[in-house]
Write a protein that binds this ligand. Structure first.
Ligand SMILES: [Zn+2]
Ligand SMILES: [Zn+2]
Length: 345
């Protein structure tokens, strides 16, 4: 099978590998679509994210969906021919976090395309069947691949405790920001402000139903939002850019008694944050690390809610063009929102 391997910073090559054999509880998936995530781009460009360092050749890609081509003897939930989405983290199942159901906090997780583990930019992937979810009739593998970032948005909204009637602001209109918006909408939250510096992303946010979009490179977005809310601020503040400035802004934007949710992972520590301001408003601060127990919920929400998840995809590439896709993601950032690799038919 063909596999795309990152061999160094800004270097990926196509390699031939043997198709993996599966165990009794595993399935073999023919990968059809795989999204390019911010983390893939970051590993490709810098070779590391915080403590995770790419030290040997690694396969990128963790947002994947495809078709079951073989199933182990003990697999009951899936059959050959099923279209599926893959939850890319496989956890130990025995630590205190796994036992509590907080498995996204498992210290022994094997997460696709997170060093030292290979990802899904490959024609075939073997995976434990209990973390593979059948896509219902009417859902294709591009949507299936996008279930992963949508779960991040959904988990963020769950952490916020957001309810009908709440106002929300999303700092950062990349894929995760837009997924957070769709997740808010699916809970009936409609007053949503979106801030970014890239106009194309803001246009997309507006098209997907944002109340107001603000270009922080051109206007004072904080002053504007305060104006829109008569100086009160926002009930639910989501930081999805993982940037220092936007993280700091959350304390200013949040309403008295409101909630800040940090979704974006800052690559470097944010040392200065106005906790006093947060405290004087008795605001809550939540953080988000990936997601848990959400794949079936997310699939159902997208299908039944007719969420326009696929509209986020602005660029599609064939498997052979993965090097170009990754380069474009760096060089043409302002023109792209989300790229997906079409691995096979
Ligand atoms: Zn992702
Ligand atoms: Zn565990």
């Amino acid at each position: 099978m063909k596999v795309s391997v990152m061999t160094g910073i800004r270097q990926v090559v196509e390699e031939e590998r043997t198709i993996p054999s599966i165990g009794n509880k595993e399935v073999l998936i023919q990968v059809m679509d795989c999204g390019i995530c911010g983390s893939d781009i970051y590993y490709y460009e810098y070779g590391r994210i915080g403590d995770f360092v790419v030290e040997k050749p690694m396969v990128l890609g963790h947002e994947c969906a495809g078709r079951i081509v073989a199933a182990g003897k003990e697999v009951k939930n899936l059959a050959v021919g099923d279209l599926v989405a893959v939850e890319p983290g496989y956890t130990c199942g025995t630590c205190e976090f796994c036992k509590k159901g907080l498995y996204n906090l498992c210290p022994d997780v094997v997460f696709l395309a997170t060093p030292p583990y290979d990802g899904a930019f490959a024609e075939y992937l073997k995976y434990p069947a209990d973390m593979v979810f059948k896509l219902p009739e009417g859902m294709d593998t591009v949507e299936g691949a996008l279930i992963e970032p949508f779960c991040v948005g959904l988990h963020a909204v769950n952490q916020s405790g957001g309810m009908l009637g709440d106002s929300a602001v999303i700092l950062g209109a990349g894929c995760i920001g837009l997924c957070t918006m769709l997740a808010l909408q699916s809970k009936g939250i409609r007053e949503i402000y979106v801030v970014d510096m890239i106009q194309k992303r803001l246009d997309m946010a507006k098209a997907l139903g944002a109340t107001e979009v603000l270009n922080a490179g051109k206007e004072d977005s904080i002053a504007k939002i305060m104006e829109f809310t008569n100086g009160k601020g926002i009930q639910l503040v989501f930081e999805t850019a993982g940037a220092r400035t936007t993280t700091q802004q959350t304390a200013k934007l949040v309403k008295r008694g409101g909630t800040v949710v940090l979704v974006g992972m800052a690559a470097n520590p944010v040392f200065e944050y106005d906790f006093g301001m947060l405290q004087s408003k008795e605001a809550k601060l939540h953080t988000v690390f990936r997601y848990r127990n959400l794949y079936p919920v997310a699939i159902d929400a997208v299908l039944r809610g007719h969420l326009p998840l696929k509209q986020i995809v602005t660029d599609a590439y064939d498997f052979a063009d993965i090097p170009k896709a990754l380069e474009d993601s760096i060089e043409k950032k302002a023109d792209m929102v989300k790229a997906v690799i079409h691995v096979s038919d």
